[in-house]
Design a protein around this ligand. Structure first.
Ligand code: HEC
Length: 148
């Protein structure tokens, strides 16, 4: 009987822990974006198509496309720039050439910090696929979480 109660309490604790670990944009991702990415992807950066239209102008200012809101950011996860966040942030474990994506280095000042922040992004995305719009299946798209 005692053991049963203990087990019950432990399973409640476990459920609470996994709930608390749910990764959301507001709680976990925005702070990383704000401290690591926004200097080049902030409100004075262009929309994706504007960036593509005048790429050399924006590159000369050191700016990439705008990603400073939830709506802007998920464009680079789901649609239209499917998998861009995953391709750019991957540490090389999933890339065809084994090299990290070119934004991975911005995830932190140390390898430990980069790995920690990559883990947050992976959990947030839910389905870490590097596929583009033309390659991704509906099931793979559905498995993307990106919770607000
Ligand atoms: C020092 C400036 C700088 C920082 C900091 C930076 N980026 Fe970038 N980023 C750029 C530039 C410039 C480009 C466009 C050139 C390119 O495609 O590499 C870009 C491109 C991207 C793209 C691809 C967009 C597309 O056109 O498909 C993604 C995704 C991205 N960055 C994510 C991030 C994330 C997430 C962070 C923070 C961890 C970050 N970047 C930090 C400058 C930066």
């Amino acid at each position: 009987m005692r053991k049963g109660v203990l087990f019950l309490l432990m399973s409640f604790a476990f459920v609470n822990l996994s709930k608390a670990e749910e990764i959301t944009y507001r709680k976990h991702i925005k702070p990383v974006m704000d401290s690591k990415c926004i200097s080049c992807h902030g409100p004075d950066s262009p929309e994706y198509d504007g960036f593509k239209e005048e790429k050399s102008k924006w590159l000369s200012k050191g700016k990439g496309p705008r990603m400073d809101t939830y709506s802007h950011l998920i464009f680079y996860v789901g649609w239209r720039d499917t998998g861009a966040i995953m391709r750019r942030l991957d540490d090389g474990k999933n890339t065809p050439d084994g090299k990290p994506g070119n934004m991975y280095k911005y995830l932190g000042d140390t390898e430990e910090e980069r790995q920690r922040n990559l883990e947050l992004f992976k959990k947030w995305v839910g389905n870490w696929t590097l596929k583009r719009w033309k390659e991704i299946t509906k099931e793979e798209l559905e498995a993307i979480k990106v919770k607000y």
